[in-house]
Design a protein around this ligand. Sequence first.
Ligand code: SF4
Ligand code: SF4
Length: 671
Amino acid sequence: MSPVSMSYLGIPGYVIFWVLFALAVGLLLRRLYQLWRYMSLGQTVGGFGHLVKRVLSTIVSVLGQWCQLKNLTARNRASLGHVFMAWGFFIYIPFYLIFIIIGGGFGLSETLEHTSFFFYYAWVMDIAAPFIMLGALWAIIRRYVIRPPRLKGEQSFEALVILVTVLIHPLTHLFKEATGIALGYAPVGLGANLPPISEALSNIFAGASPAAIEAANTAFFWAHWGFVLFVLVFIAYSRYLHMIASMFNVLLQSPPPKGALRPIDLEKAESFGASKVTDFSWKQLLDLYSCVIYGQCQEVCPATASGKALNPKNLIDDLKIHLLAEGPTLVKGGEPAKAMIGEVITEDVIWACTTCRACQEACPVAVEHVEKIIDMRRSLVMEQASIPETAEGALRSIEDRGHPWRGTTLSRTDWAEGLDIKTLAEDSDIDILFWVGCTGALEERSTKISQATAKLLKSAGVNFGILGAEESCCGEPARRLGNEYLFQMQAEKNIELLKNYGVKRIVTACPHGYHTLKNEYPQFGGNFEVIHHTQLIAQLLKEGKLKIAKGRGELVTYHDACYLGRYNDIYQPPRRIVKSIPEIKMVEMGRNREDSFCCGGGGGHMWLEEHEGRRINELRTEQAMDTGAQTVVTACPFCLQMFDDGIKTKEAEEKLKVMDIAELLAAQIGE
Ligand code: SF4
Ligand code: SF4
């Protein structure tokens, strides 16, 4: 007899089952309603189109566990344990739903158990059980015995409870089935072989009396369901909330293009950025519920690695703890007891981010750290006028001179002297505009990149021109430093100028300008075809328009700039260019492509001092030196400067030099 069909002290089993079930679901719904109300305090946000695409990518990411598998590297094998546990849950959950919906409590499951569907399902659950247990065991060993740096301070009782539950829960299933088989309740289905693990375990009970086996079966049944209902409630009240929230978070992640910051409607907005947790959008608050707290983000963060106050995992966790603590007051319209900026998240944390996006790329549940940090910067800069002095100087320079390099003695066209490059004011009949960018035009070392790029374009016979003195900062530093007002002013001015000249195509050697012009100017009606110089040069090489005159017997390594790689998925063109040079040898750094380590120059950090810990550019320079390469090749003027500084600080000029990819190729091209 099924345990739910029995009576316990005169109470029918199904009554006990449904009472426990109703209690668990009641507690779960109560908590979910509470969380929903806190989340609803967030600002409205749209842009959730392309539903079919979103659903498909959520299936691949969450159900297929691509979110964890993508992080599976030699450096990180722990994701596999999570994959086992998650897949196991996805197999077990439908069974529970079937059991409950079809009426487990009313004994209908016995009918169900005699179908071929159930027979096969029992097999799958049987095989899945040891994998779930293996995943949980591995997680317990890592967290409580091995204790890698990523899990420092994560040995909570809460974590142990959930992992032990995950470990024992499939075991109770196996013994429930094994005792059932021993009693002859086995799923008959097609009459073929029984689920192998349960069948093997059933041998333990050979020789025991039917009454003893029946008692064991009943105990395992209730223990199993006890764990299921406990987990159902516990996850909603614990830090394991991600088991519910993360699927929705992946489904509702920001629409492409990647890393394009949401604009503020400056005319309508009553406040700028986020000074309170309720200034975040509801989606940003859903992010907080979704965090798995395993710290894949902190492992890749250059700020954390270099000893800064910022740790992206702690940032998200601290915001979640703050929301949950203040939630009851906030829903009643009260004021939070703690100031989010200052008491929960310090200004040092907010300014330490290079916006490199490594955290987001690594995050298995699509938590978006960067936009929250920028929102807090917006509040600091636009509402509280609180900004580090050096950054303030750069912003003022953009406002006054149209560029952030306030000490420069160069004009926007000095670099082009003698190169016979036309400006659009002289002749706007061009195929492509070379957007030089403030750094390429005004920072002395970077002007060499502009000269090399122009040399390559000329050599390939490209009909291009520049804006010259009319070019103004694209606004990227202003946006990343939190001054949305200044960014929008720059964007609108530039878009108008580009439209007036009828510009259709733009090439730039700066990934920051590239990202801004390509992915953020469309927010203000600026729709241009924007390409990075690595893409254009690779194309010109492919078409045979650039002729390489001499080889270069040298070992080089290539550094993926964050705004080119992680933001825009441009990984292959620069590598193709390097490999097109005869005799050159290329070696990859340990951290490359999506996993590249930031040079330390993004997010406005060209104009921010690093006070705490080590300098990020020195860490990256050391990684380049570890390869034994003689040259580190970059494709971003910020990266070039960062390596240049790093090499000088390490006094490694004899061992390593840095070149932009355009410089590298231009040196090998015949006149
Ligand atoms: S964007 Fe980069 S620096 Fe900022 S928190 Fe993420 S990993 Fe760290
Ligand atoms: S933010 Fe993402 S990567 Fe970081 S701890 Fe949370 S789930 Fe993990």
